[in-house]
Design a protein around this ligand. Structure first.
Ligand code: SD4
Length: 324
């Protein structure tokens, strides 16, 4: 039996050693640290540049890293030409748009998430409200929708007429699921090194109603640890979530890999497990706490966007070598 006094003393000692240990790690780390470029924002695909710029503007105006993530992703969610995110998203097999999103605070490791959310214009804001206004991490379906409405979040008519027409054509043909490639995952590091990230998607086009992909799953579509960095995913969620892909990338950065090395190593690991690159469609973007970005994927066509004050780049991601 541990007496109360013992317990208090042990806890205090554990607390002290915890502080010392983390300071030691910090000190060692800082001596070998690369020069930091902060603030910086990285996100999936070339359209991420507009979201990144909005995020940087929020930081420049004194907003927090979380504000920057939310406002950055708003830009993509409001873009009707983007057929895989927000209001312009592609519906499921029933013709209903079901949106997935999540957000994560790299400092506290708090997270919020919504899945299969219908009729709400900005699922990233619903995810943030889940994180900040409830004691939960994830809300789905009708419960998520009712929560978002109670929070006063804006509604939107979905699908758009264009997506509806596409869905009708698909329905007539009953073709294979539409392979959309527009999910946004966005990671921010502010000038002080505070990190946050978010992810938003309508998921795989014409999916089975109720299907949830990697994007709203913490550790799969997104993971942020402010002491290390953050990562986000895009591609075929079924192949990302079975490997906790974004968490795997962050853990590799924790072991000392650069963001690009960590993304590539994770993709190679998944490719090796699966014994194929064909049909895998697994892609990651990562940003570390020094503001270095990187990306890798199986698909070849994947690129990621990086923005910092005075710098805007769209970089084709490294591609994993096919298994022979
Ligand atoms: C999903 N990963 O729901 C998402 C889709 C995606 O680019 O990223 N498309 O599987």
């Amino acid at each position: 039996m541990v007496s109360r006094r013992d317990f208090v003393r042990r806890s205090a000692l554990a607390g002290v050693s915890g502080v010392v240990a983390s300071r030691m790690v910090w000190a060692t780390d800082e001596t070998t640290a690369p020069p930091a470029v902060r603030p910086a924002v990285a996100s999936t695909w070339s359209f991420g540049v507009a979201a990144n710029q909005a995020a940087l503007a929020v930081l420049a105006g004194g907003g927090s890293a979380l504000d920057a993530v939310e406002q950055g992703i708003w830009v993509t969610e409001a873009d009707l030409t983007n057929s895989s995110v927000g209001v312009g998203g592609t519906p499921n097999a029933d013709g209903v748009v079901q949106l997935d999103a999540c957000i994560m605070d790299g400092t506290t490791h708090k997270a919020g998430s919504v899945a299969a959310l219908e009729g709400i214009a900005h699922p990233i804001s619903a995810a943030r409200r889940v994180m900040e206004q409830t004691r939960h991490v994830m809300l789905v379906g009708e419960g998520a929708r009712r929560f978002a409405l109670a929070q006063g979040l804006a509604t939107a008519q979905m699908p758009t007429p264009e997506r509806r027409a596409e869905w009708e054509k698909w329905k007539a043909r009953q073709a294979a699921a539409k392979q959309g490639h527009d999910t946004i995952a966005l990671i921010v590091v502010d000038a002080q090194g505070v990190m946050a990230g978010g992810c938003s998607t309508s998921g795989l086009g014409y999916k089975v109603p109720g299907r949830v992909g990697d994007s709203p799953i913490i550790g799969s579509g997104l993971y942020v640890d402010g002491a290390v960095g953050g990562a986000g995913a895009t591609g075929l969620g079924e192949n990302i979530m079975r490997y906790c892909g974004s968490f795997a990338v962050v853990e590799r950065m924790r072991q000392g890999m650069t963001p690009e090395e960590a993304c590539l190593s994770t993709v190679k690991w998944i490719v090796a497990q699966e014994g194929r690159t064909e049909g895998l469609d697994v892609n990651f973007v990562a940003l570390d706490r020094y503001g270095r970005a990187g990306g890798a994927g199986t698909s070849g066509g994947f690129s990621y966007s990086y923005n910092a004050p005075g710098s805007s780049q769209v970089t084709p991601a490294a591609v994993a070598v096919p298994v022979r």
